[in-house]
Ligand binder design. Structure first.
Ligand code: ZN
Length: 303
């Protein structure tokens, strides 16, 4: 049997001011803020994590909120969207829920035979909601992620030949071609999408920074690192991200990929019932807490 990656661990995006981001994802999307910390590479910026109540891998959406970030535009070489799955029996209820609250969305349109609606976050980034028989009645677990590529081939080869994904669907709708790939079990899809760009691709607020796949533990991650090196990828050494260990590499189509370990998880430094309530800093920044708290914009989080 070939080695199959376990699916998605998290998706990380760039946003504008943090308060709008928190309000949207906790109130409109009804996600749990599971961690407030800082960007470990730039500790004057927050790193906010959202997920399900249990902070399951495969539900984690994270943001680097920059107060004065310029607007970005997705384009070829970037992940252009993530989708939450929603059970078909709850889909109409949620559409009504958002409509009643004057939350605008596009659709429903159809993708691979299932309905998809697209909400917009405060930075205009798409938040896709897709019907999914395997999904719960509440949005929170990822249904999939879309990678926008100029040429689908090299990324398909990496995902299929090295990471164990299988092609399960191909469709072209309205000038947009999608190849759908799937790994083990109910893990989220990866859609490889090709269409003519309507903007120059630019990283900025409202765009996805990287997509992280799951490793079950450190040993599994090191095996993936060896396989990726053998396939010619330039992979970073293991980096301690406090809640997981991470390795990063640029996929052939240009999208930044990460592989993150499930352990130790988000309860590593605060109690499971108190996740997200307080600013958590990794040991290397705890000594600078007073400075960091003075620089970061104040944040009101739901209790
Ligand atoms: Zn990451």
């Amino acid at each position: 049997m070939k080695d199959q990656i376990k699916g998605l661990h998290h998706v990380t995006a760039i946003s504008g001011p943090p308060q709008e981001n928190v309000d949207f994802f906790t109130k409109v999307m009804d996600q749990r803020l599971v961690k407030q910390t800082v960007n470990f590479d730039a500790p004057d910026t927050y790193h906010l994590y959202y997920g399900t109540q249990a902070a399951d891998p495969g539900s984690i959406l994270t943001f680097f909120p920059f107060v004065d970030a310029g607007p970005g535009h997705a384009g070829p070489g970037m992940a252009s969207a993530y989708a939450y799955g929603l059970n078909p029996r709850s889909f109409d209820d949620w559409m009504r829920h958002w409509a009643d609250r004057a939350v605008d969305f596009d659709g429903p349109s159809e993708r691979f035979g299932s309905r998809v609606i697209i909400l917009r976050d405060p930075d205009g980034a798409p938040v896709e909601i897709a019907e999914d028989e395997a999904a719960p009645d509440h949005p929170g677990l990822f249904h999939g992620v879309t990678l926008w590529l100029e040429d689908i081939g090299p990324t398909r080869d990496l995902l299929a030949d090295v990471m164990g994904y299988e092609e399960i669907g191909h469709e072209t709708l309205g000038g947009e071609e999608r190849l759908r790939l799937k790994t083990a079990g109910d893990a989220p899809y990866v859609d490889l999408m090709r269409r003519a760009p309507d903007h120059v691709a630019r990283q900025g607020k409202g765009t996805i920074h990287h997509v992280a796949f799951r490793a079950s533990d450190d040993a599994d991650q090191l095996e993936w690192r060896e396989r990726l090196l053998a396939a010619g990828m330039q992979v970073t050494p293991v980096i301690d991200r406090q809640y997981f260990n991470a390795i990063y590499f640029r996929s052939p189509g240009g999208v930044l990929f990460e592989i993150a370990t499930d352990p130790p998880g988000f309860a590593a430094d605060e109690a499971p019932d108190a996740l997200g309530q307080h600013l958590k800093l990794p040991p290397q920044y705890e000594g600078r807490r007073a400075d960091i708290e003075r620089i970061l914009p104040p944040l009101k989080v739901p209790a």
